[in-house]
Design a protein around this ligand. Structure first.
Ligand code: SAH
Length: 235
């Protein structure tokens, strides 16, 4: 799996601006057993570089995308990070090896419960997981050094940027639900202003719940990376 990720990083270097991801991110990818995070019927595909269904219409993301998003966060050992969209808990587990603490929110109670049981069984101690609408963040533990959103948002949620520390990084797929989005890196400057950079085209399941604007059903949901197109529609 690691070799395939390395290959895809090289192939996409024009978008991501580098030929290799941070070594410590790749080490974390090597350590977390992805087979423990996918349903039994998909175990044989656990180390392929593709997304897989995890039930409830949701997916565990493609390993390359997990590695890239983690790299973009630029985590440090003493960082406290917020994740929106726990899903299987795979991305959470990767982050837990790189940070002091990970707070994670999942909208679907059954997924949150099974992720929590998985963290316990596999011995991940520096993770706190709750069921809720991650659009609002988790203000009690804010501000965060990093925020990662693993479901597609129609816009950058203000409650989340409010909960980001100055200097903090947020990684989020932004675009229409059920179509492809742009993976965006949001850096909060010391004066509070946001520096937003589009990285590459991705396809994520939509963010659910209030504020999420999921009414646009175009039935083209897919998980995986797609080519970036350069047309920016700005209003
Ligand atoms: N990081 C996950 C990817 C899960 S897919 C993994 O590694 O497996 C996205 C997840 O976001 C789904 O589980 C979905 O239920 C969840 N989600 C969607 N909208 C949400 C919201 N508003 N708040 C929290 N989680 C949400």
């Amino acid at each position: 799996m690691l070799d395939v990720i390395k290959e895809e990083v090289k192939l996409t270097h024009k978008y991501i601006g580098k030929n290799a991801l941070d070594k410590k991110v790749m080490n974390a990818m090597a350590k977390v057993p992805r087979n423990e995070f996918v349903p039994e019927s998909y175990r044989e595909y656990a180390f392929d570089n593709g997304p897989l269904p995890i039930g409830h219409g949701q997916t565990i993301s493609q390993p390359y995308i997990v590695a890239l998003m983690t790299d973009l966060l630029q985590t440090e050992k003493d960082h406290v990070v917020l994740e929106v969209g726990t899903g299987s808990g795979y991305q959470t587990a990767i982050l837990s090896l790189l940070c002091k603490h990970v707070y994670t929110i999942e909208y679907v109670p059954a997924l949150a419960d099974s992720a929590k049981a998985r963290f316990e069984r596999l011995g991940y101690k520096n993770i706190s997981a709750i069921t809720g609408n991650g659009y609002d963040g988790w203000p009690e533990h804010a501000p965060y050094d990093g925020i990662i959103v693993t479901a597609a948002a129609s816009h950058i949620p203000k409650p989340l940027t409010d909960q980001l520390k100055p200097g903090g990084h947020m990684v989020i797929p932004v675009g229409p639900a059920h179509f492809y989005q742009e993976l965006e890196l949001v850096v909060k400057k010391d004066d509070g202003e946001l520096d937003i950079k589009k990285i590459l085209g991705v396809a994520f399941v939509p963010l659910k719940g209030e504020h999420a604007e999921t009414e646009d059903e175009t039935e083209q949901a897919e998980s995986g990376r797609e080519e970036t197109n350069d047309e920016n529609e700005e209003t």
